[in-house]
Each structure stands twice: as C-alpha cells, then as structure tokens.
Design a protein around this ligand. Structure first.
Ligand SMILES: NC(=O)c1ccc[n+]([C@@H]2O[C@H](COP(=O)([O-])OP(=O)(O)OC[C@H]3O[C@@H](n4cnc5c(N)ncnc54)[C@H](OP(=O)(O)O)[C@@H]3O)[C@@H](O)[C@H]2O)c1
Length: 310
C-alpha cells in the first residue's frame, strides 16, 4: 500500500488512487497520455505506525445489508474509496467481502476495518471472533481491528488482538467508544497502545476533550463515526452550514466532511446513493477559513445525538 503522512501536502507517491485507468497512467508515467476519464479523487492518508498508511476518508457500511451493501461497497471502491468500515454487529461482513471482490481492486490497495462485538469479549472468544470475521469477509488479514465498545473482558480481547497483530494477521489495532478512563484502564494491561479511537463526533458533538488529549499527545488519533450525524438535528439544512456551503458552492455534507478533515479526523461517511458517495469524496480541493471553522465550532451542543447507543 502507498504510504501517507502530511495530510496537507500529499505527493503522488503518498496518495491512494483507485481505478485501473489511473493505475495504468501512473505506471506508465509521462509516456502515456492522461486518461480520458477523470481519475478518482486523491484521498490523503496518515501513518498509523511505520508502514501502515490509512486513508483519511473511507466508506461506512452501518445498516447496509445484502445486495445493497455489496453494490454500495463495490461502487464506492470504483469511485475511489479505499478504506471500508464494517463490524460483526452490522451483520454485513459477507456482503462487504462480496463487494470488495466485485470491485476487483488489489487487496493490498484497500484498507479494511472490522470490530469485535461485546458478546465476543475475552481472550479466546476474541480470537474466534476475529477468524470468523475474516472468513465472512473472505480475507486473510485485516488492516484495522477495533474493540467496538468498552464492555466485558477488554483486557483479554486486547491481549488476543496484540498477538494477532504480532502474528501479522491485523496490521493495526484500536478501540471505539472509549473515554479517557476506559483508555487508561486498558493502558494498565496493554503492551501495545491503540492506534486510534473511533468515536461519535460531528458539528453537534465535537468531543473537545478527546481532541485536546490527542493534541497533547496523551490520546490516540480520532476517527469519526456518524461524521454527518446521520442527518440528525437537521444537519443537512442547518442555516450556518448551509451558508458556508453556498459560499463555497459545495454541499452541506462536503462542508462538514471538510471541517472534520481540517480537525485531522478520519471520516467514514455512509451513503446508499452513488451521487452522494462521489460528492463526499470531493473535499480535498477546497479549504474552510479559520472564521468558518469557528462558526462551525459554535454549532457544538456538547452532547451525543445517539443516546440510545450508550
Ligand atoms: N463504532 C461505532 O460505534 C459506530 C457507530 C455508528 C457508525 N459507525 C460507522 O461509521 C459510519 C458512518 O456513520 P453512520 O452511517 O451512522 O452515519 P453518517 O455517515 O453520519 O450518515 C449517513 C447518512 O447521511 C446521508 N448522506 C451521506 N452523504 C450524504 C450527502 N452527500 N448528502 C445528503 N445525505 C448524505 C446518508 O443518506 P443516503 O444513503 O441517502 O446518502 C445516510 O442517511 C457507519 O456507516 C459505520 O461504518 C461506527
């Protein structure tokens, strides 16, 4: 997989590109004419650890099932997504795997994340759950495996994940929905620190403490779930977001995803709409001003919009 690093100045070697045409063009260098069809947008990546680059924008699959999930994943990859986020509890790992195969992109250019559910917590159950996830996906390794929620025998699950990581079965390991106290409890027994924490964050729930910990070097990298808040609280018609969108001739979704990017956050928006999927990829060719970032910061309600999941 291509490397990553400075998200603000990705160069050609450090950018993940998709599509056979783009690949042929890059392989051929200047000897070939540029493809007639536009190459998929370049998505910057970050280094999770030496040699493990993760795209900063990927495709979420929560609630997508069966043929819709398979089609959506295949089309997302064709459109240029390389990071795909799933979880045992979404009940769609088989369909995600089928979508990956249908897209026909080499495995090593994809970045696949799944998550261990609370019912599988503990050393032996976590090892079994991991293998079952691989079997459903039809893959022989994961790029990132997360503890989905901080419940049950977290220390046992983590020990299993550390071993699987060291055996080369998982390229990076992390957590999801962990607060500072839960991260500290994990740190008491962990040999390897989580590379990231996937948490709910969007303009209405900005999780400033998690970002402050990250900035201070005491917290892991942040990946946003529900980066568009699933449209809750009227996000897509929010007057402040809509005004900024109009000023940039962009959609509200693009403004929100760009805001995340400028906060150095990995995002995994989900869409069952092919046009939305493509729109959401096009956030790397414009920038929000400091003043616009401040206006969005002022939209923070400081509370989860998904209390039913906590
Ligand atoms: N770790 C966890 O506990 C956890 C929890 C929840 C989610 N996740 C992960 O995070 C991913 C993202 O979160 P999410 O799926 O809950 O919500 P989301 O990505 O914030 O929002 C998805 C919704 O936004 C709409 N949408 C997407 N792009 C749009 C656009 N350009 N214009 C208008 N509407 C647009 C989609 O509708 P259309 O289909 O009509 O486009 C869909 O209804 C999940 O899919 C999952 O992979 C993880």
């Amino acid at each position: 997989m291509s490397g990553g690093g400075d998200r603000r100045a990705p160069d050609r070697r450090r950018v993940l590109r998709g599509g056979a045409l783009a690949a042929a063009w890059l392989a051929g260098g200047r000897a070939l004419a540029a493809p007639a069809v536009a190459a998929p947008p370049a998505v910057p990546s970050v280094m999770l650890s030496p040699g493990v680059a993760m795209p900063m924008l990927g495709f979420g699959t929560y609630s997508l099932r069966g043929a819709l999930c398979e089609e959506s994943v295949a089309d997302a990859i064709t459109a240029g997504y390389r990071l795909i986020d799933t979880a045992f509890v979404y009940g769609n790992e088989e369909a995600v795997g089928a979508g990956i195969r249908k897209a026909g992109v080499p495995r090593q250019s994809l970045f696949v994340t799944s998550k261990i559910w609370v019912d599988d917590s503990g050393y032996a159950p976590a090892k079994r759950a991991f293998q079952a996830t691989l079997d459903r996906l039809g893959l022989d390794y994961l790029d990132l495996y997360l503890i989905h929620r901080p419940r049950g025998d977290v220390a046992g699950s983590w020990r299993a994940m550390e071993e699987l990581h060291e055996a080369g079965r998982i390229r990076a390991i992390g957590v999801s929905n962990f607060d500072a106290a839960q991260r500290a409890a994990l740190a008491a027994t962990a040999r390897i620190a989580p590379v990231l924490n996937q948490i709910e964050t969007h303009p209405y729930f900005q999780e400033d403490a998690a970002f402050a910990a990250r900035a201070a070097g005491t917290g892991p990298r942040i990946e946003a779930w529900a980066p568009l808040a699933e449209g809750r609280n009227g996000l897509f018609t929010d007057p402040v977001l809509a005004a900024i969108a109009t000023a940039h001739k962009r959609s509200v979704a693009q403004i929100v995803l760009r805001w995340h990017h400028q906060r150095d956050t990995i995002v995994i928006p989900r869409s069952s709409n092919p046009a939305h999927r493509r729109e959401n990829l096009r956030i790397f060719d414009f920038a929000l001003s400091d003043e616009e970032m401040r206006r969005i910061a002022a939209r923070n309600l400081g509370r989860s919009l998904f209390p039913e999941w906590t």
